[in-house]
Design a protein around this ligand. Structure first.
Ligand code: NI
Length: 394
């Protein structure tokens, strides 16, 4: 049986890789040094390495035996545009960029598993190790798929893992069905008529209309969505005006909405369009509403039943049944692994990054992946391969 102990000999190396990646964070589709670092390690382990899918994506293949079964394991490599506030020795050396979501750890854990499996080929089939770019808002997973990921590497199923700050070290959480929400963004541009602030009757005030819209949009979740369904709509930006005594010509509102099913998403789009157009008509201003103006939005991260049962078995084998939460509350966050789950059956699991009073949330300038969990995550990957590719390890 594979446990974190079996991966312990790789701990020092995984920690070194993780801290190296943390020091040199790269953001969406610019992960060139990161990809080189990862590809070089994989090549040294003796894997077949392919680069360039999704610009900077790396895929490595490891086969043993003669079975046709193929399993894909995925980690993300990208960092965020956040100025790191940590002062430890391996803090980011790239100004304004930081691994604040633990993708440095995800890459190190998958590298650890690749290293272990290359030396312990007790499985029958093929493992694809996917290191993807641009998870943070730029849909790197989709880019890799569009570039032929699953044509070149025809996996039967695909598995993902993300660290989670509120879950204790040595614990996992996973369930079938929706694990994370779909995410869509929107931009509303209201165009009125600029005027002196003291003579509003000669203009048409878009700020006043924006206020009506913001209130009205909040009725969609509270009055239109079935209370038994989950959804959230947040306005996150308001841009207008630059002085005290002039009413500006236009206002731009931006925001996001999340849900766990397509019908809810369709209803939100429909009601937003209706409210925005009718309110702007009533106030005699022009309006333009755009959904997902900068990207395509992320679908729901939906775990298939059979693959979730296997993920559960693997996690339980590594940390024990009592340390695996089988009924986690799904997150309203979104994840572009959802695009891979639209193509292949699979499962996305959360690994505990440790919860203490001092621990902070993902995307926080003080965040740091917890190196203690590197052998736990790597052992999960190894056990998953073991179960999926039908061999019982010694
Ligand atoms: Ni992340």
């Amino acid at each position: 049986m594979t446990t974190a102990k079996d991966l312990q000999p790789l701990y020092a190396e995984m920690r070194q890789w993780r801290q190296h990646l943390h020091q040199f964070p790269e953001t969406a589709f610019e992960e060139t040094q990161t990809a080189e670092f990862i590809a070089e390690k994989l090549t040294n382990f003796g894997l077949d390495v392919h680069q360039g899918l999704g610009k900077t994506g790396v895929v490595a293949t490891l086969s043993a035996g003669n079975s046709n079964k193929k399993i894909a394991l995925r980690a993300d490599m990208d960092a965020l545009f956040i100025q790191e506030q940590n002062t430890f020795s391996y803090a980011s050396r790239h100004d304004g960029k930081m691994h604040a979501c633990g993708h440095d750890g995800h890459s190190a854990m998958l590298l650890g598993a690749a290293s272990y499996l290359s030396e312990n080929r007790h499985f029958n089939g093929t493992v694809y190790f996917i290191f993807q770019p641009a998870e943070e808002g730029r849909a790197g997973a989709k880019q890799m798929i569009d570039d032929g990921l699953f044509d070149k590497f025809p996996a039967d199923c695909v598995f993902g893992m993300h660290n989670f700050p509120d879950i204790p070290v040595g614990h996992f959480a996973v369930k079938s069905g929706a694990m994370m929400a779909s995410s869509d963004s929107f931009e509303i541009t209201i165009t009125g008529k600029a005027t002196h602030a003291a003579i509003p009757h000669l203009g048409c005030d878009p700020i006043l209309v924006a206020a009506q819209l913001i209130n009205a949009l909040q009725t969609i979740v509270s009055r239109n969505i079935d209370p038994a369904d989950c959804a959230v709509l947040s306005i996150t930006q308001i841009h207008a005006g630059n002085t005290w005594n002039a009413i500006p010509e236009s206002v731009v509102l931006r925001g996001t909405f999340r849900s766990f099913n397509k019908n809810v998403k369709t209803l939100i789009v429909h009601r937003m369009t209706q409210l925005v157009n009718s309110i702007c008509t009533a106030f005699d201003v022009g309006v333009n509403i755009q959904f997902n103006p900068e990207n395509e939005g992320y679908p729901v991260t939906f775990n298939t039943e059979a693959e979730t049962a296997i993920a559960l078995r693997a996690a339980q084998a590594v940390v024990g049944g009592s340390c695996v939460n089988e009924k986690p509350t799904p997150s309203m966050g979104a994840e572009d692994f959802s695009f891979m789950l639209q193509e292949k059956p699979g499962c996305y699991i959360w690994i505990g990054n440790g919860s203490s009073e001092n621990s902070c949330l993902l995307h926080n300038p003080h965040y740091d992946f917890n190196d203690e969990i590197l052998p736990v995550g790597a052992a999960y990957w190894v056990k998953l391969v073991d179960i999926m590719l039908n061999q019982t390890s010694p």
